[in-house]
Design a protein around this ligand. Structure first.
Ligand SMILES: [Zn+2]
Ligand SMILES: [Zn+2]
Length: 376
């Protein structure tokens, strides 16, 4: 599992830094995109990310630096699929999009007013925010975010409402299948904003070929049955259980990807520990007041949150464009994200959390967890 940082800046893209877009690449090669700011498709080309392999898109909130790239990206995915009408019918490619209420209308309006047909289907699953997430001036912007109208390539999606647990904490359940459990939690920002918690489920271990051969089991469909957790009977009548021939399972990893926030604590109850958290640090600690006033964080806040949720690694992003990439600051007077990284490192003293600022094109390989943890 890898994280590709396509855009790590805030507000607007520059020649040095793109705006929010992060790709989670799974081990099978499929790609999930988190946010899609303006210019994301150019950044994807630079990172040689195959846009046709994007199967799910998660949108943290509807500020432009997180969504303005989405309609264009969908059109490019379509044009690059190069499928015939027959193939589309047969393969039925679908991209699932998750985002706050209003994302459906945004995509629909952009695609229909620009007369953009798509070569594949997409489905929008809108997260319905809780009352507490709306700012006082929400109605001033005439925020009519709802539409039931569907683009011709759009499959009917869903409205996902919050579930409240016995402690009064809320979450939104997005996926729960054989491989993944994905939930969302709300975080403080100027508009309704979410963070996503992606939990990989434990995977079965590998078959020990030597043990299998010693038991006289030759390759065939029985290998699949054992991997599915079923016992088999050998030709000479012995019962072989999966436990006898499978190595220890591969423990699932947890990745937390947050949107813009000045305080992510409402989501903390969803994470007991995690392999990596992606948290914004728009401004450095000397500009804390400005950060909080604009719904953003500083390195100290990000580190504090990472410690709260037991993160092994904290990756910082969404930097104000005032901070240049580390290698691109031309003089000592020019601010670079080294300032942010230094402040985060100081804040983390005494903890084991690993910290790194993500520049555009940075790739983080999420380490596999020790398999002994589950086998014991
Ligand atoms: Zn932003
Ligand atoms: Zn924002």
């Amino acid at each position: 599992m890898k994280l590709h940082f396509l855009g790590t800046g805030s507000s607007y893209p520059t020649t040095q830094r793109g705006v929010s877009a992060t790709v989670l690449q799974h081990d099978d090669g499929s790609l999930w995109l988190f946010d899609c700011g303006e210019g994301t498709q150019i950044q994807a080309q630079r990172a040689t990310i195959s846009r046709q392999k994007i199967t799910n898109i998660f949108v943290t909130h509807l500020h432009g630096d997180h969504v303005f790239g989405l309609p264009g990206l969908l059109c490019t995915i379509s044009s690059q699929m190069a499928l015939t009408a027959e193939e589309i019918k047969k393969r039925c490619p679908v991209v699932d999009i998750f985002g706050p209420l209003g994302i459906k209308r945004f995509i629909n309006t952009a695609l229909t007013t620009s007369h953009s047909p798509l070569n594949f289907h997409y489905r929008v699953n809108e997260l319905v925010p809780e009352e507490v997430q709306y700012p006082e001036n929400w109605e001033d912007m005439n925020a009519g975010v709802f539409t039931s109208h569907c683009h011709p390539s759009e499959l009917s999606g869903s409205h996902i409402k919050a579930t409240t647990d016995s402690n009064g904490n809320v979450h939104w359940q997005l996926k729960d299948d054989e491989h993944w459990n994905v939930t969302a939690g709300w975080i403080h920002h100027r508009v309704p904003t979410f963070g996503f918690v992606v939990k990989e489920k434990d995977r079965v271990g590998t078959l020990d070929k030597n043990k299998l051969l010693a038991l006289g089991i030759k390759p065939g469909p029985v290998y699949g049955q054992l991997k599915e957790g079923k016992s088999i009977i050998t030709e000479d009548g012995k019962t072989v259980t999966p436990h006898m021939v499978l190595g220890p399972p591969y423990p699932g990893r947890t990745v937390v990807i947050l949107g813009d926030t000045s305080d992510a604590s409402p989501l903390a109850h969803l994470v007991q520990s995690c392999d990596v958290v992606v948290h914004e640090a728009t401004y450095d600690d000397t500009l804390k007041d400005k950060a909080v006033e604009n719904g953003h964080s500083t390195p100290l806040q990000a580190v504090t949150f990472a410690k709260t949720i037991g993160a092994k690694t904290l990756l910082l992003n969404h930097f104000s464009q005032r901070y240049k990439a580390k290698c691109k600051a031309n003089s000592k007077e020019e601010e670079s994200i080294s300032i942010i990284e230094e402040q985060a490192l100081i804040a983390s003293v005494g903890s084991s959390v690993h910290i790194q600022c993500a520049d555009d094109m940075f790739v983080y390989d999420v380490p596999a967890r020790s398999r002994d943890m589950l086998s014991n």
